[in-house]
Design a protein around this ligand. Structure first.
Ligand SMILES: [Zn+2]
Length: 289
């Protein structure tokens, strides 16, 4: 009896949960808005390429030992991934708003986070479609004084739940910036930026081969990675491209206007900061329904 119990315990596979946050600007081949939204003439094809990069990351996670995968569709309208192409075992987070933005659904039960199709941040002079959260509205996002790209905000959210980022894919600027912030995460460079709207890119198939290799390697050495934990309370500084958002937000007692274009919000943790970021990029009085 004792023996039977110990054998079955050995045979029982250890649970390993992977969270995949998927953006689109860093997908192989993407260079302009023509690939990035429903109005673009190449969008229909490129949402397929995005889906296939995510599918590859899902498959690679399972191949390397993951037992559960959650995917968040975290670009544009949040309805890009062709969900029927993903395996039945996967669930998908879709559309907005979400309190944890591009990391909605993550919690302490996950073992690692993978970022697919990521791009560099708005203060980076390099990278295809470099921006942070809103290319039209925000000129800088700082956490505790440090300018961060979306990968940094999202790594801090994962870190809040004790989950390390283990892999990122995107252009060379995005991967370099993420590794500079987070350390030795696996990186798949699928294109090389010449400018905001130009790059030399891998083909979709070659990019998927690289993503498969890097995700597998990351999952196999998942114990090497440390969660990105930032000090609490968390001071968020946001610089708007326009003038009036900072003027009006500063009417709220929790918000301080730090210069003509900037506000500061101090959250007890990154979750509060995430909700504040989602609020200021979502709210308008005409919201319906
Ligand atoms: Zn995006």
């Amino acid at each position: 009896m004792m023996l039977a119990v110990s054998v079955s315990a050995q045979q029982q596979q250890r649970k390993m949960k992977i969270y995949i946050s998927a953006d689109m600007e860093g997908v192989a081949g993407v260079v302009t808005g023509e690939q990035l939204g429903p109005a673009g003439f190449e969008y229909a094809r490129f949402r397929e390429f995005m889906t296939l990069e995510v599918l590859t990351a899902v498959e690679a996670s399972f191949e390397a030992g993951a037992t559960e995968v959650l995917v968040s569709d975290s670009h544009g309208n949040g309805q890009n991934l062709l969900i029927e192409r993903l395996p039945k075992s996967v669930t998908v987070v879709r559309s907005w708003p979400r309190p944890l933005m591009m990391m909605q659904g993550i919690d302490e039960s996950f073992d690692g986070a993978v970022f697919i199709g990521y791009h560099s941040g708005t203060t980076n002079p390099e990278g295809v479609r470099a921006h942070t959260i809103s290319s039209a509205r925000l000129a800088d996002v700082r956490l505790n004084g440090v300018s961060v790209p979306e990968a940094g905000v999202n790594a801090a959210i994962a870190g809040h739940f004790g989950v390390p980022v283990i892999m990122v894919s995107g252009d060379d600027a995005a991967v370099k910036e993420t590794q500079a912030l987070l350390g030795d995460v696996e990186g798949a460079v699928v294109k090389w930026a010449y400018g905001f709207h130009s790059a030399r890119t891998m083909t979709p198939e070659a990019a998927r081969d690289l993503i498969r290799e890097k995700v597998q390697r990351a999952v196999r050495r998942i114990r090497d990675f440390k969660p990105y934990k930032i000090k609490t309370p968390v001071t968020l500084d946001v610089r708007f491209k326009n003038y009036r958002p900072s003027e009006v937000l500063a009417y709220l007692s929790a918000v301080e206007r730090t210069d003509a274009h900037s506000v500061r919000f101090v959250g007890k943790d990154i979750v509060e900061v995430s909700k504040f970021l989602e609020f200021i990029t979502t709210y308008e009085p005409g919201l319906e329904p």
